[in-house]
Ligand binder design. Structure first.
Ligand code: MRU
Length: 336
C-alpha cells in the first residue's frame, strides 16, 4: 500500500511546549533525545547534525522560532541564528520565509506554532504523493541504488527518495536496494540501513566507491536520491557523492531520479554554481567516532554536498508532478 508511512519513526516531536529531536548522531545503536527549549538549541542541533536532512531541518527551524516566540524573545534574532545554522538546504530558508509571512500578521506564538505544525504535516503529505509518483516510474522487481538518508529521519515522515523506495517495495516494484555508506557521517550505513531493515526491505550496504563497479556488474535500474537545493535550471545539490553516482549512472545506462518537495526548489538560483556548498571541519574526515585515522594534523577538504548538473538527471519527482529531462522551462511551468 503506497499510502503507508514509515512505521513509528518520529524524529521531530513537539511535546509539553518544547521540541524533542531524535539524536541522529548516535542512531542506530542508541536512542537519545535532544531537548530544545529555545531557537539557539535548535540551531545547535541543526549545525551539530542531531537533526539533518533538508526537510527535517526546515521543520525543526520552524519550531525553533516558536520556542523563542513563546518566551517573548526577539523574532529577528531567533530567525538569524536559525538561518545561519546550515547553508545548503534551501528548505531551511523556505520554512523561515513561511514563518516570517505569518509573523508579519502580528507576533503571536500560537499562530506560529500552528504554522510550524502545518509545515510538518504538509511535508509528510507531500512525501506520500511523491512516493506514489516516483514508484510509478520503476519497473517491477527493480534494483536501485540510494545515497545518504532521505527517509522518515530526514523529513516529516515516509521520506523523499526513501519514500519512493518504501512505496515501490509495497507495490512489488523493488527486488533489491543497495545503499551507500555515505562518508563521512555514514547516514547511509547508520540511518538508511536502519530504516529499511525495520521494514524488511531487502537492502545491501555498499562502500561509496563500490557504486560504479556495482553498475558494471549488476543490472541496476535506477539511482534514486533526494536533494538539498534545486536551481531553476534543474541543477541539484545533494549529499557529497551524488554527482559521482550520476556520472557513473549515465555511463552505465542507469536512470537517475531526484525526489524533492517544492520547498527544495530555489527559483531565484540560476544554476548549480550559485548554490552555497557547506564545508565542514577536517576532523570529520580524519577521525572516526573520536578515533584519529589519518596522520596527526592532516589537513582535509570536506565539502558535504555536490552539484549534479540537470543534464545527468532523468526525472525530478515533486509533489506537483514529475519533470522528465528537467530544464528551466519545465521547472517554471510546474512550479510557477
Ligand atoms: O548532511 P545531511 O545529512 O543533512 O544531508 C542530507 C542529504 O543530503 C539528503 O539527501 C537531502 O537532505 C534530502 S533528504 C530528504
Amino acid at each position: 500500500m503506497s499510502g503507508s508511512s514509515s512505521k513509528g519513526i518520529h524524529p521531530i516531536v513537539w511535546a509539553d511546549g518544547h521540541l524533542r529531536l531524535l539524536d541522529q548522531r548516535v542512531l542506530p545503536h542508541e536512542e537519545r533525545w535532544v531537548e530544545c527549549h529555545n531557537a539557539l538549541h535548535v540551531a545547535e542541533a541543526i549545525h551539530g547534525m542531531a537533526v539533518r536532512g533538508a526537510p527535517a531541518i526546515g521543520i525543526a527551524a520552524a519550531y525553533g522560532l516558536v520556542l523563542d516566540a513563546l518566551a517573548g524573545r526577539d523574532y529577528d534574532a531567533a530567525e538569524l541564528v536559525l538561518m545561519e545554522s546550515r547553508p545548503t538546504a534551501v528548505n531551511l530558508r523556505w520554512a523561515l520565509a513561511r514563518m516570517r509571512a505569518v509573523h508579519s500578521l502580528g507576533y503571536d506564538a500560537r499562530r506560529l506554532l500552528a504554522e510550524a505544525q502545518l509545515i510538518h504535516a504538509e511535508d509528510l503529505a507531500q512525501n506520500l504523493e511523491m512516493a506514489r509518483l516516483g514508484a510509478a516510474l520503476l519497473p517491477l522487481n527493480a534494483q536501485v541504488i540510494t545515497h545518504c538518508n532521505t527517509g522518515a529521519l530526514a523529513t516529516g515522515g515516509h521520506g523523499t527518495a526513501l519514500g519512493v523506495i518504501r512505496s515501490a517495495y509495497a507495490e512489488g516494484r523493488i527486488a533489491q536496494v543497495y545503499n551507500t555508506e555515505t562518508r563521512p557521517w555514514l547516514q547511509g550505513a547508520r540511518l538508511t540501513a536502519w530504516e529499511l531493515q525495520r521494514e524488511n526491505i531487502p537492502d545491501k550496504l555498499i562502500a561509496d566507491g563500490a557504486a560504479a563497479h556495482l553498475m558494471a556488474s549488476e543490472k541496476i535500474d535506477w539511482v534514486i536520491v533526494g536533494a538539498d537545493r534545486i536551481a531553476v535550471n534543474g541543477d541539484t545539490a545533494n549529499k557529497i557523492g551524488t554527482y559521482a553516482l550520476a556520472v557513473a549512472a549515465r555511463h552505465h545506462g542507469v536512470k537517475f531520479m531526484v525526489v524533492a518537495p517544492s520547498g527544495t526548489f530555489d527559483l531565484k538560483c540560476p544554476n548549480g554554481a550559485a548554490i552555497p556548498i557547506e564545508q565542514r571541519p577536517a576532523h570529520e574526515l580524519t577521525e572516526l567516532r573520536g578515533s584519529v585515522i589519518a596522520p596527526v594534523d592532516m589537513d582535509a577538504w570536506n565539502p558535504v554536498f555536490d552539484v549534479t548538473p540537470a543534464s545527468l538527471i532523468d526525472a525530478i519527482v515533486c509533489e506537483s508532478g514529475v519533470i522528465l529531462n528537467p530544464d528551466e522551462q519545465k521547472i517554471r511551468a510546474l512550479l510557477g
